[in-house]
Design a protein around this ligand. Sequence first.
Ligand code: HEM
Ligand code: HEM
Length: 188
Amino acid sequence: MSLSSNSTEGHASKESTEQWSWLSKLFHWATALLIFIQIPLGFYADSLRLSPFKLDVFVWHKSLGMLVLLLVAVRLLWRIKSTIPAAVAGTAGQKLLAKLAHSVMYGLMLALPLSGWLVSSATNFPVKLFWLIPLPAISGPDEALKSLASEIHEICVFALIIVLVTHIGAALWHHLYLRDNALKRMWF
Ligand code: HEM
Ligand code: HEM
């Protein structure tokens, strides 16, 4: 991983074509961690009987979900601005599939919080980040819209689970079978 001679602090990784930048790695693993919490937390919150505890679990779910939205928005801006490593060796089809899976994951990480926010707004349930910061409603109360947004949220969850199984499987395949640096270059 050759760093450019004119690299300056904080920009060193921008010039590298072999490693993900430190910030890209941080974004990847922070969002991955949040997603791994969010999926079981969403199912758990949904399964509870109506109670103050259920509402508290939902505050966590909604707050962490909005954090995902914020992180992904900043991450995409950073991705546009920074130089990213070239795709690891593989057939054109494999590279295309990986690109497609990554784009779908970015799309779902935006669609999930937005549809969740819409469910809350259309149900007339305000979203308050960690009991502190109230967010504006993005729609008025609307039963039909709530059902639609809820359906979208659920479809996105299952789509994400399917893509993630493929994504993690591919990462392990590269690391354990092909023994290339695909996983290592995303690790710190
Ligand atoms: C154990 C779990 C995971 C492993 C081992 C893993 C591994 C990786 C690796 C090795 C890459 C780099 C691929 C490359 O260099 O071409 C990558 C990229 C990516 N991962 Fe993961 N990942 C995991 C979880 C997740 C999760 C939970 C998400 C979010 C839904 C996610 C979203 C992404 C995205 C969007 C990219 C593309 C980055 C870009 O092109 O900007 N990953 N992952
Ligand atoms: C990365 C972000 C998110 C993930 C992975 C996620 C995942 C889930 C899962 C697995 C469920 C249970 C299955 C289902 O009923 O759909 C769920 C339900 C729910 N989530 Fe999320 N969620 C995210 C973000 C949000 C956000 C930001 C909000 C609100 C601001 C939200 C609000 C809801 C609501 C209200 C439900 C109850 C079921 C419904 O009415 O659709 N979620 N979520």
